[in-house]
Design a protein around this ligand. Sequence first.
Ligand code: FEO
Length: 399
Amino acid sequence: MVAVEIKPCVYWAGVNDRSTELFEGLWPIQDVGVSYNSYIIADEKVALIDLVKGIKTDDFLTQIEEIVELTNIDYVIINHMEPDHTGIIKIFLKMVPNITFVGTEKTKQMLEDYYQISTNFMAVKTGDRLNLGNHTLVFYETPFVHWPETMVTWEEQSKILFSCDAFGGFGALRGSIFDDEYDDLGFYIEEALRYYANIVAKFSRFVLKAIDALRNLEIEIIAPSHGLIWRNPKKIIDLYQKWARYASEPAEKGITLIYGSMYGNTEKMMNAIIQGASKSGLPIQVFDVARTDVSYILPFLWKYQGVIIGAPTYETKLFPPMTYVLTMAEYKRIFNKKVARFGSYGWSGGAQRDVETQLEKLKWELTEVFEFQGGPTTTDLAKGEEFGKRFAKLLKDVS
Ligand code: FEO
């Protein structure tokens, strides 16, 4: 992609990554990709806001050179140190040895730790300003959105907020870089929620704090370092605020049913249970935990109030893929859920004990348990349908 002008003298440049399989070595993105957005402000002084991961460096530098000579760049603003935004920094310093890196005091230390760079640095704190000519950058520290050193940069003339990870999403850019040039934002919103649940959720309290701290800023455009540029900034701010609140307030009425089944018995019961639960009209999302990457399960655990866990006992313990999903939910601080659990008892119990240990850590409220011996009988399946119906009603009735 070529560089794109966002406002006079302000440009997008970046890498549209469709080849990395796992973001952070953990989250699958091979089907949808991701973008690392960087921004150029070409004024009397030239600033680059955030860099990119260390891939496709030639393409990125060529984009920049469409706008300015590399050696004319005065500043690189480092909103966030994670290598998806700084991966090319050592090469950059070699090519532009007089560059000044701008970031928080914590960034300074991290530059040394990650890249052994201890020169060319200017530390800023909340409210500090950097004049480029007709444009002025103003910095706001936003720790833990996503790492402790993180900040955002607001430009006074264009009223653009360069937010780095905040308000970002998975999904490589599909041509246009602007939200208002898509009739259907479904793909980007779905991938923004997956990104939120995978990457940002644990830090929701800091997201709310940052949104609150920035509430008086006049923001015309949000330019994050992943995904779309929002010319309707309210849309993505409202979504992020809504998702962040799910960390401490009840989420949407709906059910995530997660199950695992070794020989199909728990699956048979799962089908009976969703037949019962679906009569409520609540949205239900079903995941086989052994076959679905947890990355796709976390967004639904995050956004729905209800969870049904269907997992058998495996060698006196909870079915291992389920243990992993629940552990990741705890890791991402997915709290405040109402839960029902069912499963095949097999030749020994054990799953229930492990579920209870995990639910205690998650602070999830276990409302009902239904276990059956071996394969479900017709009577068991009828009981399962009622179990599903009861749980959905309980969720529906809760205020
Ligand atoms: Fe996009 Fe936290 O890095």
